[in-house]
Design a protein around this ligand. Structure first.
Ligand code: DQA
Length: 145
């Protein structure tokens, strides 16, 4: 059974009430429930963690060694600022998929830079909560057959 770790970065715990015109009205718990349902369907084991702290994301990536076979990560604002997160992904060598709810290229210029872009296997953005579900489907190609 493939094992997938989903990491949600800062402020994503506020989904549902946070800038609904940008992020919609779906809550993080609903996204996690949809992911859990799809994981069951695809016969995958899934763990999901949200944190507001960059160092905690680094710790989670390091601790994923030996368990996760794919990491799906929405680093939220740290996408545009963090060197530590891509360094951690490189260090552990676990294939990662970057996810965003919004189309960051249609927003402020500072959101158009991702420090993870060169480290992840692929990026899915702009589809709202569906971005995560597409990422989970895509994750299967990085799992041992
Ligand atoms: C986000 C986009 C980021 O620019 C922003 O800081 C977020 C959410 C997204 O999912 O669209 O917090 O990662």
């Amino acid at each position: 059974m493939g094992r997938v770790l989903v990491l949600h970065g800062p402020n994503l715990n506020l989904l549902g009430s946070r800038e609904p015109e940008v992020y919609g009205s779906v809550k993080l718990e609903e996204i996690d429930a949809a992911l859990a349902g799809l994981a069951r369907e695809l016969n995958l084991e899934l763990r999901s963690v949200q944190t507001n702290h960059e160092g905690e994301l680094v710790d989670q990536i390091q601790q994923a060694r030996g368990w996760a076979e794919v990491i799906i990560i929405n680093p939220a604002a740290y996408t545009h600022t963090s060197v530590a997160i891509p360094d951690a992904l490189k260090a552990v060598g676990i294939p990662a998929i970057e996810v965003h709810l919004s189309n960051v290229y249609a927003r402020e210029e500072f959101r158009q830079r991702s420090y993870l872009a060169g480290v992840v296997r692929g990026r899915i953005l702009g589809f709202g909560p569906e971005s995560y579900l597409l990422a989970l489907r895509a994750a299967r190609q990085f799992l041992p057959q």
